[in-house]
Design a binder for this molecule. Structure first.
Ligand SMILES: Cc1cc2nc3c(=O)[nH]c(=O)nc-3n(C[C@H](O)[C@H](O)[C@H](O)COP(=O)(O)OP(=O)(O)OC[C@H]3O[C@@H](n4cnc5c(N)ncnc54)[C@H](O)[C@@H]3O)c2cc1C
Length: 493
């Protein structure tokens, strides 16, 4: 059965990206329908961490009053463990406010966040159809047709444009031939809620374990001694080396109880559930004849942290400009809609390609000891050097990411190490102690061991990885030269 109404735009998926898109268009008078498979409130597997840039968008959308529960903990500090070692404890150095950004994050369970966001889109006069799954998207003459199903019937909705905001397993991306399955850019994770914690205020905890890389674990505190706890790892490494995320999750809970004094009595308050993220480096294009992909459907997730709530909403607000332009000019072909790719690339590329380069380099599992050692050293330096922390630390979820400054900082600290290590090495040699495997010398040895092991394990894979590093470096270089980071200002709202 087909409904007679032809919308201007159908948004498939009512998560943060779809709701931000629906809200942005509806408030400008566009006739927009949001098709959502679930009936809200619904659970969504997530760490629930909304960073300051996400809160800035929620504020602009008028959601903060509904979400700013007095009991919610502003996240301003963190602990970072490397194995059992507490490498950093203190302020999240790059949560500094400015640019309309609050100086904190919030942990907002997704059943709450997404319900409030979808309600804002409805209040702006978007038509919201819940319990309604898109099955297929196709061109039908002058319009786009979305075949859908709810509890009672199959039907077809029509619009001039379709926006895929339907998450990692996007039906819209599949219909457009753009669904991504490349394990190099996919993270897999598991999370649960825990209770029984005695944690100070809004102090988040993250940890790196050498047997769980590339990846990390998190404990994000909530009121009442509860927290969201999880672990995420790169799909490719899990596949190649038979690493199990559920096993890593179970071990992480055990380790957290031992390491973190406030988590000694942590117990599971919910069943651990797995999820997937698709990262920015995996994007080829996010436009097709008659539509666009945003949020997780378009792979906008931060390649280092796995965060995608903010990026999903940003991608929606950027895409809404292309949609308004397309509606005004009556152009819905792929060539016209490619403007979206240019827009999101000029917005996201400078910070995200740098993060992709870090992620690509860390992809080689054999180098885990090297990266673990050098990142540990970075966090320890951050503990005593606030400037280093503010600039280099921003690669772990900061907004004002300045690749040039980070690279400069890292080189200057390598030179400082060399100077220090050089004196030590000469002293060691003169006194007959030989070369000690600590500091930089240890890093060099770890690098050499990793290189040999990687080549021996799979030479073809090793060289394809090197080619990936070179290709990503080539893409990053132009944006390394740019000093402008549009993400700091945020998208046009
Ligand atoms: C374990 C884990 C932890 C994470 N932690 C964080 C974190 O702490 N902070 C952060 O910022 N990000 C985090 N992320 C990433 C974040 O969850 C996503 O990036 C974010 O949800 C993307 O929003 P979205 O609107 O694009 O997609 P989604 O939130 O996935 O929303 C898509 C919506 O589309 C609907 N849908 C799907 N298919 C159809 C269909 N065929 N028809 C109709 N509707 C459909 C779904 O029901 C869903 O409501 C995490 C992800 C995982 C897996």
């Amino acid at each position: 059965m087909a409904t007679a109404e032809v919308f201007d735009v159908i948004v498939v998926g009512g998560g943060p990206a779809g709701s931000a898109m629906g809200w942005s268009l509806a408030r400008r008078g566009v006739r927009v329908a949001i098709l959502e498979r679930a009936i809200f409130p619904r659970e969504k597997v997530c760490g629930d961490f909304v960073e300051p840039a996400g809160l800035r968008i929620l504020e602009a959308m008028g959601c903060i009053d509904a979400l700013d529960a007095p009991s919610r903990l502003p996240i301003t500090t963190n602990r970072v463990y490397f194995g059992p070692r507490l490498a950093y404890r203190g302020e999240i150095p790059y949560y500094e406010g400015g640019h309309g950004l609050p100086a904190h994050g919030y942990i907002v369970p997704r059943d709450q966040l997404d319900t409030v966001l979808l309600e804002r889109a409805r209040a702006a006069s978007a038509t919201v159809l819940q319990g309604c799954a898109a099955l297929d998207v196709r061109r039908d003459g002058e319009t786009m047709a979305v075949d859908a199903r709810d509890a009672t019937r199959d039907f077809t909705l029509r619009a001039r444009l379709v926006i895929g905001a339907d998450g990692v397993e996007s039906t819209v991306a599949k219909s457009a031939g753009l669904r991504r399955t490349d394990r190099r850019h996919i993270g897999i994770s598991q999370r649960a809620y825990v209770e029984g914690l005695d944690v100070e205020g809004g102090e988040a905890t993250i940890w790196f374990d050498e047997d769980q890389v590339p990846g990390y674990g998190w404990m994000f505190p909530m009121p009442g001694g509860r927290a969201n706890v999880g672990v995420g790892m790169l799909s490719e490494s899990c596949h190649r080396f038979d690493l199990s995320v559920p096993r890593a999750f179970a071990e992480s809970i055990q380790r957290l109880r031992i390491r973190h004094p406030g988590c000694a009595n942590a117990r599971l308050a919910s069943r651990p559930i797995g999820g997937v993220v698709k990262m920015y480096g995996g994007i080829d294009r996010n436009h097709f004849d008659g539509g666009l992909l945003i949020g997780d459907a378009g792979s906008f997730v931060d390649p280092m942290t796995g965060e995608g709530i903010t990026q999903g909403m940003e991608s929606a607000l950027i895409a809404s400009q292309t949609v308004l332009d397309a509606l005004e000019k009556g152009r819905f072909d792929a060539a016209f809609l490619s403007r979206f790719d240019r827009d999101f690339r000029s917005y996201f590329d400078p910070p995200m390609l740098y993060l992709s380069l870090c992620a690509v380099m860390m992809r080689n599992w054999h180098f885990r000891e090297f990266w673990w050692r050098s990142t540990l050293r970075g966090f320890e330096k951050a503990q005593s050097d606030p400037d280093f922390a503010r600039v280099a630390g921003s690669a772990f979820g900061g907004l004002n990411l300045q690749p040039q400054a980070i690279v400069g900082q890292i080189w200057s600290s390598i030179f400082a190490h060399l100077a220090q290590g050089g004196v030590q090495a000469i002293g060691d040699l003169v006194s007959g102690r030989g070369f000690r495997a600590g500091g930089l010398a240890g890093d060099v040895e770890a690098w050499q061991r990793a290189w040999t092991a990687s080549l021996k394990d799979d030479a073809a894979w090793h060289f394809s990885w090197l080619a990936d590093v070179a290709k990503t470096l080539g893409r990053v270089l132009p944006s390394l030269m740019s000093t402008d980071n549009a993400r700091v200002r945020g998208p046009l709202i």
